[in-house]
Design a protein around this ligand. Structure first.
Ligand code: NIG
Ligand code: FE
Length: 412
């Protein structure tokens, strides 16, 4: 937990200088130190600067980066990584022209993963989730938000949240739990959707709130899923239990979800493929982070969220993977940055800020992590690349050389 890292060719600090996030033109300011060094004590960064200026202590471990590049560990602020089974047959159906919604309507989609997840034991879920987290760490992600949402009953949602609690306690990554009971309606509620909303409010939220099984409460607020009224009721009640709102907003259609999220002070509104100018205006007046999920658009052949308009409106923008078996079977943050740069016209600098500091802001954690600055958690990833722009440029290859998590060099 005490470590001195030296000879970093580019120390990409993404320094926020006390601000909770970067927005607008600030997103391009990475505050890079050439030939950098980082001094870590008790897992916390004590100093980050130039190798020539920070004296090398003679009592602690030294990691000679020998010209590698360092970035803050990625913060993946939106995943659904606790699930069983897989949906490659749906992937094949989409290749033949079927849409995500058509597949869901014919019994596939979220409900098919629900069935597999319900059938799995806690031990099985834990096992697959641990493997995924290890791979994510290997790819440079050190903080992961995980949503429930493939249980859709009190018992099964509680099982998933228990698994997330164990991961939180035992895993090397920082894990943040989110309750997403309002992810879909299982078939028995098709004719009485309100019944399920009542169940979430009367049974699930109290259960989760009393046991502090989640930090956030998310709702899939979209056409054919939870409407504005249901979403508002769930999130207002969630707040009473201390859960902070998040929303899946504007993914399939514009029904006003982003505006609702902004009004409810959601930590973030996520997806935004169909974000409207009203949504942008609402976000400008709020402190919610706009989280875009480039992998979902890429994988489902859907429109991309208007990242340029969001950035130009001065709204803090984060990038996350949305890792899940239906819409994004990918947990690589560098891959998301590549898609953001090639399909959403973001610059590599904006993508890096969005995948680190602003992702931390979407989780309310940017005071503790997301940049390489004194006082923050020492989550630093070193890459074997000539310069930081190489990362999104040479895509679908893992460039990680070493992962430092809470000041410890991980051994894989
Ligand atoms: O964020 N949109 C809702 N939920 C997920 C997809 C879940 C699934 O298809 O299993 C998403 O894209
Ligand atoms: Fe999602």
């Amino acid at each position: 937990m005490n470590l001195f890292i030296k000879n970093i060719r580019q120390l990409v600090t993404v320094a926020a200088h006390g601000k909770p996030f970067k927005r607008g033109a600030e997103m391009r300011e990475l505050h890079i130190v050439e030939n950098g060094a980082v001094l870590i004590e008790d897992g916390i960064i004590r100093a980050a600067g130039s190798t020539n200026e920070i004296p090398q202590p003679n009592t602690i471990d030294v990691l000679d980066a020998d010209g590698r590049i360092a970035l803050p560990g990625f913060v993946d602020s939106h995943t659904h990584l606790v699930f069983a089974g897989s949906r490659e047959d749906e992937f094949a159906m989409r290749a033949e022209g079927k849409s995500y919604r058509e597949i869901a309507a014919s019994g596939g989609g979220i409900l098919s993963t629900m069935a597999a997840t319900r059938a799995a034991t806690k031990k099985e879920l834990l096992h697959v989730a641990e493997r995924r987290i290890t791979e994510m760490l290997k790819h440079g992600t050190t903080t992961i938000e995980i949503k429930s949402g493939y249980g859709l009953s009190l018992e099964s949602e509680a099982k998933i949240l228990d698994v997330i609690s164990i991961l939180r306690r035992d895993s090397l990554a920082t894990i943040i739990p989110t309750f997403l009971g309002a992810h879909a309606f299982q078939t028995e509620f098709n004719n009485d959707k309100q019944h399920y909303v009542d169940l979430i409010i009367a049974r699930m939220l109290p259960y989760i709130g009393e046991r502090t099984l989640a930090t956030f409460c998310d709702v899939f607020c979209d056409e054919g899923y939870f409407d504005l009224h249901q979403t508002e009721n769930i999130l207002l009640e969630a707040k009473r239990y201390g859960l902070i709102p998040k929303l899946h907003a504007d993914q399939l259609a514009s029904i006003g979800a982003t505006k609702l999220g902004a009004e409810l002070n959601a930590a973030s509104v996520d997806h935004l493929e169909h974000l409207t100018s009203d949504g942008i205006e609402a976000l400008k007046k709020s402190s919610s982070v706009a989280t875009v999920l480039p992998g979902a658009s890429f994988f489902l052949q859907e429109p991309y969220a208007p990242a340029r308009s969001i950035i130009e409106a001065g709204i803090p923008l984060a990038i996350a993977t949305d890792f899940n078996p239906g819409s994004t079977m990918c947990f690589s943050m560098p891959m998301m940055m590549t898609i953001a740069c090639t399909q959403m016209n973001m610059t590599p600098e904006e993508a890096i800020t969005a995948a680190t500091l602003n992702g931390a802001a979407a989780l309310g954690l940017s005071g503790e992590l997301g940049s390489i600055e004194a006082g923050k958690q020492a989550d630093i990833v070193l890459y074997d690349v000539p310069q930081y722009r190489f990362l999104p440029y040479h895509y679908a290859f893992n460039h990680v050389w070493r992962v430092v998590k809470n000041g410890t060099v991980l051994e894989f």
